[in-house]
Design a protein around this ligand. Structure first.
Ligand code: MSP
Length: 480
């Protein structure tokens, strides 16, 4: 098969609306998808996102809102989808884990794993956090017996009959997998964490809930619901189960946050091994960011909405501001002041200014005709270097490189004072104009990946058939 790419985001819980943390993950995946489309062609890329709906916390949220669960789920899924549409996410499919295409696939896989002898009935006696939708050990909790991520939520004490997945049987196969595929989970530090977790020993995990009110029933025992994580992970596979998409499975690449690495890099590959399905091609676990140094949380009232930021600054600013602020894979911080400064200096003052000045100068001083450059220019080297960052998934690196290229071009303009030079030595000035125009060309090409809403406007400014387009203001929405 020709190379293809299947990129996924996590399916998000719908007990609340998206915040910039979720948007960070989705925008990162979107950027990689846009890059892959340019490289491989549109039809070779499949970008999936969606919603995780079979969760107890969603049922609780619906109850709290006084709405029946199905209506709540539908409304919330629409809100998530609308948010991604508003901020310009180029997903190819949006999967809801309550859809029948997913439920059928979950049944099929559950049955396969059961038939293989990897699912058995037992008793689960222990702790559960509905906030994380995770079984907990006392050692996972804080001193006062609370979940460190959901301290306001009561930890549940469970004592129920459950079906268990024989995860312990996959300790060795998983260790071998990581040994044979050292780059499978990026960044490397995450692989080290998972490998030491695997070496510490694996216990079987509960994969059904007897008391869950909502969710997918077990095919062999409808009185139980499939544990929400066991169901949710399967979404990636469910979305490829149509004729036109089956080939994409072997190119699956998951972009996730570091908080859910164990689910994706221990349980998920073990489930696939058990079901006899090929493992995805790789996983990238990015970091988390804080807001002004503090964890984003509803109770602290510091949750930032991507829609609000986009309304104030525009979609390109939202994505560029988030993705360029810290290395993809590391943790970072968001602050409104830094964001405003970024907008002012890099976008309006940097990119916007360059495009406007160059097109206006060529219009005025060359009658709109782009002079032909005879000397060679580094456009190809620029593009190759840029591609290198994206191949390595260094999103911040790609943005930094982009802005450094803008600075170089602006510097060339300022240092040569080409507007003065044109009056005394037009031939010399023409060389500079042509070079600056080539900068605009390559910058507008790279913008298709990094600043996709501005890219068509940039192309209009670059113009066609040797004629520059009209000048204009690319970034003027920074109303502070
Ligand atoms: N539903 C599960 C995922 C199932 S995937 C089979 C889930 N959903 S979630 O909505 O709680 O969060 C999903 C992802 O949102 C996280 O893994 C992470 O990618 C992203 N983030 C949530 N908060 C974030 C930050 N503060 N910073 C960066 N990313 C964050 O877990």
């Amino acid at each position: 098969m020709n190379p293809a790419t299947f990129l996924t985001t996590p399916v998000y819980y719908v007990n609340d609306v998206p915040h910039i943390g979720h948007s960070y993950c989705t925008l990162a995946t979107d950027t990689l998808a846009r890059y892959e489309r340019l490289k491989l062609g549109k039809e070779k890329v499949f970008f999936l996102t969606g919603t995780d709906e079979n969760s107890q916390k969603t049922v609780d949220a619906a109850e709290k809102a006084g709405i029946d669960t199905a209506t709540y789920l539908k409304d919330m899924a629409t809100k998530w989808r609308n948010c991604w549409d508003t901020i310009g996410i180029s997903y190819n499919d949006f999967i809801r884990t309550t859809e029948s295409r997913h439920v059928e696939t979950v049944h099929e896989l559950f049955q396969k794993i059961y038939d293989k002898g990897d699912i058995y009935k037992g008793t689960y006696k222990g702790l559960y956090c509905t906030g994380c939708e995770t079984f907990k050990k006392t050692s996972d909790l804080s001193e006062d017996g609370r979940c460190t991520d959901h301290p306001n939520q009561e930890i549940q004490q469970l004592d129920e009959t459950n079906y268990f997945f024989r995860l312990s049987a996959y300790q060795e196969p998983l260790l071998k997998w990581f040994e044979d595929n050292p780059g499978w989970l990026q960044p490397k530090s995450r692989t080290n964490e998972i490998v030491s977790f695997l070496k510490s020993g694996l216990e079987d995990v509960s994969v059904s809930r007897e008391t869950a009110e909502f969710g997918i029933s077990l095919p062999m025992d409808p009185s139980h619901k499939v544990y929400v994580w066991f169901d949710a992970l399967i979404n990636y596979y469910s979305a490829t189960r149509t004729d036109s998409r089956e080939d994409f499975w072997q190119s699956a690449y998951h972009i996730i946050g570091k908080d859910i690495t164990r689910f994706h890099c221990v349980i998920w590959p073990a489930m696939l091994m058990s079901a006899g399905i090929e493992l995805p091609k790789g996983v990238f676990a990015h970091g988390f960011f804080t807001v002004n140094g503090t964890k984003m949380s509803k109770s602290l009232g510091n949750v930032i909405s991507p829609i609000a930021l986009s309304e104030q600054y525009g979609n390109d600013a939202l994505r560029a501001g988030l993705l360029s602020s810290f290395e993809f894979g590391n943790d970072g911080d968001f602050s409104a002041d830094n964001f405003a400064e970024f907008y002012r200096t890099k976008l309006a003052g940097g990119v916007g200014n360059l495009f406007n000045r160059v097109t206006v100068l060529i219009t005025k001083l060359c009658d709109g005709q782009v002079p032909v450059l005879e000397t060679s220019f580094e456009a190809k080297t620029i593009k190759d270097e840029f591609d290198g960052f994206l191949e390595r998934k260094q999103l911040k690196g790609a943005y930094d490189f982009y802005f450094a290229t803008v600075d170089k071009a602006n510097q060339r303009l300022n240092e040569t004072e080409v507007w003065k030079l044109a009056k005394v030595d037009k031939d010399a000035a023409d060389i500079i104009f042509a070079e600056l125009h080539q900068y605009l060309e390559v910058l507008s090409e790279m913008a298709e990946v990094l600043l996709p809403e501005s890219a068509p406007k940039m192309k209009d400014m670059v113009g066609t058939d040797g004629k520059v387009g009209p000048g204009g203001i690319l970034f003027n929405s920074g109303k502070e």
